[in-house]
Write a protein that binds this ligand. Structure first.
Ligand code: ZN
Length: 477
């Protein structure tokens, strides 16, 4: 893919750690800007340095306060911090009460901290993808610690959370229902449990419930620790930081490598799925291939499995929306064809334009210097033609000589305008035979004499996608 100057500039801005460049790139990722792919390709080699921690929990669990506390700890060590809030109720998204935001003021004014909230709706291609892209941009821009704050509900949010290297689930006493939700969605993803607001009654019971759950679950080589914190006073934060450090050390070991690989695979896999689903969506539409397939199936011309197989085949072959059930049952150009496909069509011969009179219709083209080169009557078509060279091709103005000729009929039906496209072919007999074999609707199955002594034949618009097509073989060839 050619890289435009704008993309190159933005990539340089990101790598230099310039905040406006980072912000713009994340906006591209969020909106599904097609330039983002080229941008990511440029900056991705510079990623991999950041530590990415996800924090999830219900609104009110205090994960924003914990996020802020972890950010401050990293700042004391001189590390740059990126905070990505994927929770509309987070103070980092501007959704919380003013008091919460004021408590985060020091982070907002710290040039070593970049805070970005992600819109949780309206992403082209998924929140998880956009968030992963945002994390990569921050990573490439030199942010050492990236904290991703999400609400722990919904499939999208779990997917976002899963992308982090270390996933922290935040719970509080008195939220019994949450434990059930976590069993359902977050159990395999969690690397660390935090029971926040641990100065409240019932904190130990929550800890016990988590430990019981962990005993039953399959957690692999890493047993998620459970840490009690009171984020507002700072109690337990040192322990949280040290457990996070342990987890990072684990990830850097052999078992962590396997886990990292799983997450990378998951990310690629979801992109593949996303792309394929988008293609499947392209089958829809009033005249879409899906509609036609359904008609075939309802008419009992085909069974649903065969129809699905045909659609899948078409998606895989050309990578785009398939044009199925065209006049061509198979490939329009049989592989064994002689002459070879590349020799079939040699150039655009001319564009035919129906005019009321050559004098009137020609005046405009004269202005452009496309002066008449050749005028000829073609009796069989009941027209006079006026040829005007445009480089190697021509314009062909067509004036009817009779009220019952094809051009007279076209003028009556549609008025003046483009009438047909003419392609020059090497061997018109071979091309017509091939098209006929492929089921194309031909107006003339055998060539006749056209202007300039060429042998010509017309193909019906029903087969060409709406264009009256003239095929022409040069005289003497
Ligand atoms: Zn023509």
């Amino acid at each position: 893919m050619p890289v435009s100057g704008a993309v190159q500039d933005l990539a340089e801005g990101i790598l230099a750690g310039r905040v406006p460049a980072v912000a713009r790139a994340i906006t591209w990722a969020e909106s599904g800007d097609p330039r983002f792919q080229a941008l990511l390709a440029l900056v991705f080699p510079r990623t991999g340095g950041a530590r990415v921690t996800g924090l999830t929990g219900s609104p009110g669990a205090g994960k924003s306060t914990l996020t802020a506390a972890l950010a401050r700890k990293a700042r004391i060590l001189g590390r740059k911090v990126g905070i990505v809030a994927v929770d509309p109720s987070s103070p980092f998204s501007g959704g919380a009460i003013l008091g919460d935001r004021i408590r985060m003021q020091d982070l907002y004014t710290d040039p070593g901290v970049l805070i970005r909230s992600m819109a949780t709706r309206g992403h082209l291609g998924g929140l998880a993808r956009a968030t992963a892209d945002a994390v990569d941009v921050l990573d490439a821009a030199g942010y050492d610690e990236i904290l991703v704050e999400t609400v722990g509900v919904g499939q999208d949010e779990v997917e976002v959370f899963r992308l982090a290297e270390s996933c922290v689930v935040v719970l509080t006493p008195g939220m019994g229902d949450d434990i059930q939700a976590i069993k359902a969605g977050l159990m395999e993803v969690a690397d660390l449990f935090v029971v926040n607001k641990a100065d409240r009654d019932g904190a130990d019971r929550v800890v016990q419930e988590i430990l019981q759950m962990l005993e039953l679950g399959d957690h692999g080589a890493w047993l998620p620790p459970v840490v009690k914190t009171v984020a507002t006073t700072g109690a337990g934060l040192d322990e949280l930081a040290s457990k996070l450090a342990e987890h990072r050390a684990f990830l850097d070991g052999p078992q962590g490598a396997q886990r990292k690989r799983e997450r990378t695979k998951k990310r690629i896999e979801s992109l593949v799925k996303e792309n394929f689903l988008r293609k499947v969506e392209s089958l829809r539409g009033d005249r879409g291939a899906l509609e036609k397939a359904a008609a075939h199936v309802e008419a009992r011309l085909e069974d649903p499995m065969s129809a699905a197989r045909t659609l899948i085949g078409a998606l895989e072959e050309d990578g785009g929306p398939p044009s199925l059930y065209s006049p061509f049952e198979k490939s329009p150009v049989p592989k064994s064809l002689d002459p070879k496909p590349k020799d079939l069509v040699t150039r655009v011969s001319h564009l035919g334009i129906a005019v009321k009179s050559l004098a009137e219709g020609g005046a405009f083209w004269d202005l452009l210097g496309l002066i008449e080169e050749h005028r000829e009557e073609v009796a069989s078509q009941k027209v006079v033609t006026s040829f005007r060279a445009v480089g190697e091709s021509h314009l062909e103005l067509l004036e009817s000589t009779s009220s019952d000729g094809p051009i007279a009929k076209a003028l009556e039906k549609r008025g003046p305008g483009i009438h047909h496209l003419c392609l020059e072919v090497g061997d018109i007999d071979a091309v017509l035979a091939m098209l006929k074999a492929a089921g194309v609707k031909l107006i003339n199955e055998t060539p006749f004499a056209g202007a300039g002594g060429c042998r010509v034949a017309f193909v019906h618009p029903a087969s060409t996608g709406g264009i009256l097509l003239e095929l022409s073989e040069k005289s003497g060839s």
